[in-house]
Design a protein around this ligand. Structure first.
Ligand SMILES: *Cc1c(COP(=O)(O)O)cnc(C)c1O
Length: 349
């Protein structure tokens, strides 16, 4: 059976392509003589690959980083395979064969992967060396391994553990990376994520890999003046009512109306990424009027106090608070978590 066209969603996420392009350009300029790439893993940090990748490509970005092989097809709809990098590496024959067939170079993360890649014919690849995050990548003392030495390394990568802090580990990792570069002699080198870009010229090398700050996150205070909000979520009012004095609102009756109160129930809940601890004390807004959250966040709904906005009607769209640094500060979630937990029910445009 063919279904008729779906009615319009009651939850929408606007991605501002100009803000995204401007953030990429700002990060590219801040990267000095290096070129900025873009981390577009996890569906472009929740914003949507189909909106984010074309905007980044048209701004001039030519290097796109994902984590999983399963993320490759969506990115290939918009950019050539030679510009895509899969960070998690090629662990087995199936992944290595896929890499070779589509022309997406894998990041080699250990000796076994180096051998696997070489035994399948070798060719252009990238190499991740672990300089101190101790997470993923080749230990520097294995750079002399025969299979590793035989690799045709395009980009030598490493990842900073504490670039968002003024940690002595940053300089230590940078020094170890310099040493690894001297050993490998790759075509290009890449160390800095968003925060790393703000650490200065010594961290830039040839390619930078911003993610968070492309999407409006402020990875370090130095970036605050140059990065603007990209994602704007809105939820529709699905019910207006008057709650009588003494009545409670929501699960577990955590809020009781001190007097008759005008409320708007909106179509967003924790299943959409508006997790419970983003509710208490927070406010939505409508045309500049603020609408405090009342009671608990449900799976699909939040109740707002619209006493100072009595013209609010069912079907109207309210702005969900999403200034990333502010929301992170008040909720305890990181800016990364706020982006990547944006739900699937949003209509993205
Ligand atoms: C996710 C990721 C990035 C992007 O980091 P941000 O902090 O979001 O800028 C860069 N490099 C690697 C290896 C990553 O995993």
């Amino acid at each position: 059976m063919t279904l008729p066209d779906l009615p319009l969603a009651t939850l929408r996420l606007h991605i501002d392509p100009d803000a995204l392009a401007a953030n990429w350009r700002a990060l590219d300029v801040m990267s000095g003589t290096a070129r900025a790439g873009a981390a577009v893993k996890a569906n472009a940090y929740g914003l949507g690959v189909d909106l984010a990748v074309p905007a980044l490509r048209d701004a001039g970005c030519q290097q796109f980083f994902v984590a999983h092989w399963q993320e490759v097809p969506a990115v290939l709809r918009h950019v050539p395979a030679a510009q895509v990098t899969v960070l998690h590496g090629a662990h087995n024959a199936a992944e290595a064969a896929f890499a070779r067939d589509v022309g997406v170079a894998p990041v080699i993360n250990n000796v076994q992967q180096a051998r696997l890649w070489q035994s399948g014919g070798g060719g252009r690849c990238h190499l991740m060396v672990d300089t101190g995050i101790n997470r993923l990548g080749l230990a520097p003392d294995l750079l002399g391994d025969e299979a590793v030495a035989a690799l045709d390394v395009d980009i030598l990568l490493s990842h900073l553990a504490s670039a968002d802090e003024d940690s002595p580990l940053n300089a230590v990792q940078c020094d170890r990376f310099e040493a690894a570069r001297a050993h490998v002699a790759p075509r290009r080198s890449s160390l800095a994520n968003s925060a790393g870009i703000a650490l200065g010229g010594g961290y830039h090398f040839d390619v930078t890999r911003p993610g968070l700050s492309l999407y409006g996150g402020i990875a370090r205070p130095e970036l605050a003046g140059s990065i603007t909000q990209v994602a704007f979520p809105q939820a529709a009012v699905i019910q207006r009512r008057t709650v009588s004095a003494g009545a409670s609102i929501g699960y577990n009756a955590t809020f009781t109306a001190p007097q008759d109160i005008e409320t708007a129930t909106v179509s967003i809940g924790y299943a959409d990424g508006f997790l419970r601890n983003r509710g208490a004390g927070n406010t939505f807004s409508y045309n500049g009027a603020s609408l405090p959250v009342l009671g608990r966040v449900s799976m699909d709904m939040v109740v707002l106090d619209c006493s100072n906005c009595l013209n609010l009607r069912e079907g109207d769209w309210v702005d969900v608070p999403f200034d990333l640094p502010t929301e992170a500060e008040r909720s305890g979630f990181t800016q990364y978590e706020l982006l990547t937990t944006i739900g699937q029910r949003f209509f993205r445009s």
